[in-house]
Design a protein around this ligand. Structure first.
Ligand SMILES: *Cc1c(COP(=O)(O)O)cnc(C)c1O
Length: 425
């Protein structure tokens, strides 16, 4: 069979018709450890980070990895060691980041629904900044910080009202969604925050959406945000940092997002032109650091011919890989061994879960039979971290590959782990 195309930035390669990740043979790995199995490339993650660092060369900057994309401890540890901070959205993520060795001062806390307990824990840890998303949250954080006895460092997340031209569920910078403070209310909100005795204004933040494949929404958002910075600073409130959020897309299906360095070179041209080139810049990338670094290996259980459609039933499902179900998302699906002579046929690749929404790929031409191993591509982001135990399925093992070395970074669930916190009547 012909060797399928692979997305960019993966460190995947067919060698003698066998799919490898870095120097590790994936069929072999599946046969040793079973499936479903997530496998990540350390080099792919570090390369993705290096592209941002190239774009930031000579500038004051801090990369805060948006850890909801993939919050496995070893992944966090890798980014912490590389000097990253973290963008967190819950107390659980705070605890995870700290357990993985994060520097608390480089942690920023986003999200529209922070609880008082989460605020208290973050103040206790000494995080770098709270990205506040509403006036009501400002008041609560002010109270909590006064009780705690320290001023909470804050940015306001502004909603720049630009269209990131992405899926509606992952677009966050438009008027109609729940994120951030409306553009026209921002200047007044800063004036209010600046006189709160429990708060210390340190920055401004925006995040316009996810899987953005074009530089223009970023450039528009930057202009809108810099207009606000002009106005806020004209009121005598100084901002130490400007945070441009995350959202840069990856290659799922031949998508061609700008590379991180090219995007930032363009953004710095704008910042320089408007006099902000020397300001400290924060960013919150998630998907673009880890998405193309991962694959999910799954075994074909049954080929099931049908009247309208043929189904390829595999042992991974929507609980492991929720993006197709949730966003109608596309992931490449390829065989790890292309030496076979099975004829190709059109199939829907589906999991064993009792839901029609449990599909991983539709109308794919695949030359496979029961027992073959498939790799679901670009599953390093929003896959394992979004997974569940639905249908009482054990969560998969995760392996991080470093050159020739596969490191197990999470054991497969044992079934009894699933009910460890449950009690019979
Ligand atoms: C999810 C999220 C990010 C990361 O988005 P990606 O598309 O994964 O880069 C960054 N900032 C905030 C506030 C987020 O909610």
């Amino acid at each position: 069979m012909t060797t399928p195309n692979l997305p960019r930035g993966t460190h995947l390669q067919y060698r003698v018709q066998q799919l490898t990740l870095e120097e590790v043979d994936l069929k072999q790995l599946a046969s040793t450890h079973g499936t479903p199995l997530f496998v990540y490339s350390k080099a792919a993650m570090l390369d993705a980070l290096a592209a941002y660092e190239t774009g930031f060369k000579g500038r004051q900057s801090q990369i805060c990895y948006a850890m909801k994309a993939n919050s496995s401890l070893a992944v966090l540890q890798l980014f912490a060691k590389a000097g990253c901070g973290f963008d967190i959205v819950s107390g659980g993520e705070l605890a995870r980041a700290l357990a993985a060795g994060a520097d608390a001062k480089k942690i920023i806390f986003s999200g529209v629904g922070k609880t008082r307990e989460e605020m208290w824990a973050a103040l206790g840890a000494g995080i770098g900044c709270f990205n506040v998303e509403s006036l009501a949250e400002l008041d609560v954080l002010n109270e909590v910080a006064l009780d705690f006895g320290e001023r909470a460092p804050i940015s306001l997340r502004v909603n720049p009202d630009v269209d990131a031209k992405t899926h509606p569920y992952i677009s966050t910078g438009l008027k109609g969604n729940k994120f951030g403070i409306a553009h026209k209310e921002v200047v007044q909100a800063y004036a209010y925050a600046a006189q709160c005795p429990g708060l210390r204004v340190v920055g401004i933040d925006c995040h316009i959406g996810s899987q953005i494949v074009d530089a223009s929404p970023y450039l528009d958002a930057a202009d809108r945000m810099l207009d606000l910075v002009d106005a806020i600073e004209a009121n005598g409130i100084a901002l130490e940092h400007l945070d441009f959020g995350g959202g840069l897309g990856i290659d799922y299906a031949g998508d061609t997002p700008p590379s991180a360095d090219v995007l930032w070179i363009k953004l710095f041209e704008k910042l320089d032109a408007r006099g902000y080139g020397n300001r400290k810049i924060l960013i919150e990338p998630g998907r673009s650091l880890v998405g193309n670094a991962g694959v999910c290996l799954t075994e074909v259980l049954y080929m099931k011919p049908g009247e309208d459609k043929n189904f390829c039933i595999v042992d991974a499902a929507m609980n492991d890989l929720p993006r197709p179900t949730l966003y109608d998302a596309y992931h490449g699906i390829v065989p790890v061994d292309t030496t076979g002579d099975t004829p190709a046929q059109m199939v829907d690749v589906v999991g064993p879960i009792c839901e029609s929404g449990d599909w991983l790929g539709r109308d794919r031409s695949l030359a496979v039979q029961a027992g073959d191993i498939l790799a679901v591509l670009s599953t390093g982001a929003y896959s394992m971290s979004m997974g569940s135990n639905y249908n009482s399925r054990n969560r998969p093992m995760e392996i991080l590959v470093d050159g020739t070395e596969p490191h197990i970074i999470r054991e497969r669930d044992r079934t009894e782990d699933q009910w460890a916190n449950e009690r019979l009547l």
